[in-house]
Write a protein that binds this ligand. Structure first.
Ligand SMILES: O=P(O)(O)OC[C@H]1O[C@](O)(CO)[C@@H](O)[C@@H]1O
Length: 433
């Protein structure tokens, strides 16, 4: 992973960071790194995520999906939400379908769920149901609906399902009762940091992707951690994001220039929001896609409020798709180059256009969309997030603010007495229709 923070310096951007400030900040990065290393070594809650490349056993995952070899799997359906879906979606999205298409059920939208189950060839579809807590309503409800759909078609879902969950809870009970292949979520690792584990890697294993390669990429990220932001790409990204937020960049746009990294921007949004959105702080993550959103969002980024950091992400290598020669007036300049050339020109031009407008931006690159590079990218962003959390002084690894809504929803469905549910009924109304 390569990180270029040049366009975030105060000589280019406002808000921007001076080199002197970066030098001073680097002293705090050294202290934070020591703290992080201690947490990793002791496998402390949260920090243990940064030991996953070492602790995740690819053979355990490969063995768990072996029974699916007897079935002609054309599709992999992940049933999970948040960190229990986005890691898998990102890995499979970035590496492509492999031997089976990727589908994610990470919402309880009846139209979409019904349509997806209608469209999927259930007999040739493997299901990975994932929940760290084993109690998440959306995941459990979706799984009950999926199971019913299989039974309605007379297809044995138990032969096609792999579960990943915690030691107890309804999902573990169901796995035990039905004797399903069940994997454990990694100890001490919050969902959003668990892509390089049983949580994020089962679909990739079913699709025949290089799970060991993903972990090797993560390990390369692990070995790149050092006591200085000037030596460690992940810490450069984390430190500059922290410094830019301090200076007013309250929004962090993640703009991959690759359709296959679209889920990566979603994964980033959960990682950044749920980890750093604490104590009245935290950059608001914004998902964008290059070059598409140049034609929808760029006007705002360049000429709107200067409250954004834009991080451009790209694989350096593209498959060659030539643009045919043409003598159509005004188009000949395109002929003879490739779509990848055009995408790279758009990337560099948009980056320069933000710098010219004085808007801070960061460049993150990986060599190509292969297992090692994707593993390193995921690890790098997780380490960047952990470092930013250390510098902000927030509790990076929990997400207490999400529980209020869960209790309210459960109360509304008769799942218990929750005062939050009462508050829903007391909603202030000013209905206009
Ligand atoms: O894996 P689980 O326990 O089903 O949780 C799913 C997601 O829900 C959250 O707890 C937020 O509600 C996330 O932190 C987590 O990734």
């Amino acid at each position: 992973m390569y990180v270029d923070i040049g366009n975030a310096l105060s000589s280019v951007a406002t808000p921007g960071v001076s080199c002197d400030s970066l030098e001073r900040l680097d002293e705090r990065v050294a202290d934070a790194h020591e703290r992080i290393e201690r947490g990793i070594t002791d496998r402390e809650f949260g920090y243990a995520a940064l030991a996953l490349p070492e602790d995740t056993d690819a053979d355990v995952i490969e063995t768990a999906v072996e029974p699916l070899d007897d079935i002609d799997v054309d599709a992999v359906l992940t049933v999970g939400i948040g960190g229990s879906a986005l890691g898998a979606a990102t890995v499979s999205g970035a590496l492509g379908p492999g031997s089976a298409g990727t589908f994610v059920l990470d919402n309880v939208d009846p139209r979409r769920t019904a349509r997806l189950l209608d469209d999927l060839p259930l007999a040739d579809t493997a299901v990975h149901v994932v929940s760290r807590s084993g109690t998440t309503a959306e995941t459990l409800a979706n799984f009950l609906v999926v199971r019913d759909a299989y039974e309605a078609e007379g297809v044995d879902w138990t032969e096609r399902t792999v579960v990943t969950t915690g030691p107890d809870g309804p999902l573990r009970t169901l796995a035990d009762e039905e004797d399903l292949p069940a994997l454990d979520v990694p100890d001490g690792v919050p969902g959003r940091f668990s892509a390089l584990s049983t949580v994020g890697l089962v679909p990739a294993a079913i699709q025949g992707h290089d799970v060991s390669g993903l972990l090797a990429g993560g390990q390369a990220g692990r070995e790149s951690l050092s006591g200085s932001l000037f030596d460690c790409p992940a810490y450069a990204l984390g430190a500059i994001s922290y410094a830019l937020e301090e200076r007013g960049a309250s929004q962090h746009v993640c703009m991959p220039y690759s359709e296959d990294l679209e889920f990566f921007a979603e994964w980033f949004a959960q990682l950044w929001a749920e980890s750093l959105g604490k104590d009245g702080l935290g950059q608001t993550p914004v998902r964008a896609l290059g070059a598409t959103d140049q034609h929808s969002q760029l006007q705002l980024y360049r000429a709107g409020r200067h409250d954004k950091q834009v991080t451009f992400v790209r694989p350096r290598e593209h498959p060659a798709v030539p643009i045919p020669e043409t003598d159509v007036e005004g188009l000949s300049y395109l002929g003879g180059s490739t779509l990848g050339d055009l995408l790279d020109a758009e990337f560099e031009a948009t980056e320069a256009s933000l710098a010219a407008a004085g808007l801070p931006n960061v460049r993150v690159e990986i060599d190509r969309l292969d297992a090692e590079s994707v593993g390193e990218l995921l690890y790098g962003y997780e380490a960047a997030c952990v470092l930013a959390g250390e510098l902000m002084g927030v509790e990076t690894f929990t997400q207490p603010a999400v529980e209020w809504g869960k209790r309210a929803a459960r109360g509304l469905l008769g799942g218990g007495e929750f005062e939050e549910a009462d508050a829903v009924a007391e909603k202030q109304r000013l209905l206009v229709e």
